[in-house]
Design a protein around this ligand. Structure first.
Ligand code: NAP
Length: 283
């Protein structure tokens, strides 16, 4: 039997690193810690080796098609397939960032939504039957973060296509360029990108259903990482826990869902997000 493979993007630090650590402890197969910067990645691998864990390493910048293709070809040649893919890599501008809104919107949507999408487009052909994909979103990825009911209706439409969703994400960037985004889209590029990730998850589940692949989105909780200036109350291992649950423990019936930090399936379309979580300080 081919040996199993689990891949975590952006895993040289933070929650992704915690996910790799958890997978190394429990996943029966090869676990890939990946990073855009080779030195940071290798330092992270060394750290885990000191804990007697044995991750594999490959460089992967999710914003670069060539990097994704080199990685895909490597995995194809070495193993012939992927069993677990965790799309964790993302960025966030801080609330007090002085970067112009359009720069924040372009950059955030490019990394968090469009690059996650190209990662999937390039790696999905390698997913084995029964594979699991976890797209790391956020509490700010809850649909209620979008003020316009017209947009919410489009985003939750059961027939929404990837092309239509990407077009909506581009419309957000265009609206920001014109300074006209606040009323319909709200004030956070990060939230729009993470809402996009959940909407994408639901579409991907429909597309991959026939191959018995499970695609879910997750809110990891409010975690002490560089992204939150270490303000969150959860450790990276705690933040890794819901993604690990989806990768290793969730019943096969959990498909196309938005899963909260306590492993519960949350109604993404509800008018409010679950109350028990403090807002992230990002944006
Ligand atoms: P983090 O500590 O800032 O880590 C982000 C990781 O993504 C880093 O390894 C970073 O690499 C990597 N990354 C960024 N751009 C990349 C690229 N182009 N290619 C490959 N890797 C890239 O953030 P975190 O808090 O662990 O966040 C992990 C995930 O959880 C993100 O999707 C985030 O949105 C989500 N999330 C976090 C929280 C929280 O409270 N922390 C809450 C909700 C959701 P570098 O080291 O090279 O920058």
């Amino acid at each position: 039997m081919a040996s199993k493979v689990a891949i975590v993007t952006g895993s040289n630090k933070g929650i992704g690193f915690g996910i790799v650590r958890g997978l190394c402890k429990r996943f029966q197969g090869n676990v890939y810690l990946t990073s855009r910067n080779e030195q940071r990645g290798k330092t992270a691998v060394r750290k885990l080796k000191e804990e007697s864990l044995h991750p594999n390493y490959h460089k992967l910048d999710v914003t670069k098609k060539e990097s994704l293709e080199v990685f895909r070809d490597y995995i194809q040649k070495q193993y012939g397939g992927i069993d677990v893919l965790i799309n964790n890599a993302a960025i966030a501008f801080r609330k007090d960032s002085t970067m112009p809104a359009i720069v924040q919107a372009e950059r955030t949507l490019f990394v968090n939504y469009f690059s996650l999408l190209s990662t999937c487009e390039i790696l999905f052909p390698l997913l084995r039957k029964g594979a699991r994909v976890i797209n790391v979103s956020s509490n700010l990825g809850h649909l209620s973060q979008i003020p316009s009911s017209t947009l919410r209706n489009k985003l939750k439409d059961k027939n929404l296509t990837v092309e239509e969703l990407s077009d909506l994400m581009t419309q957000y960037v265009d609206a920001t360029r014109q300074g006209a985004q606040l009323l319909k889209w709200g004030k956070s590029s990060y939230a729009v990108s993470k809402v996009g990730v959940v909407a994408l998850t639901r579409i991907q589940q429909r597309m991959l259903h026939d191959r018995d692949i499970k695609v879910n989105a997750v809110h990891p909780g409010y975690v002490a990482t560089d992204m939150t200036a270490h303000a969150g109350p959860l450790t990276i291992d705690e933040g890794a826990q819901p993604a690990l649950y989806l990768a290793l423990d969730a019943p096969d019936s959990v498909r196309g869902e938005y899963v909260w930090s306590d492993n519960t399936v949350v109604d993404w379309e509800a008018s409010e997000m679950p109350k028990h979580v403090k807002q992230n300080p990002v944006e």
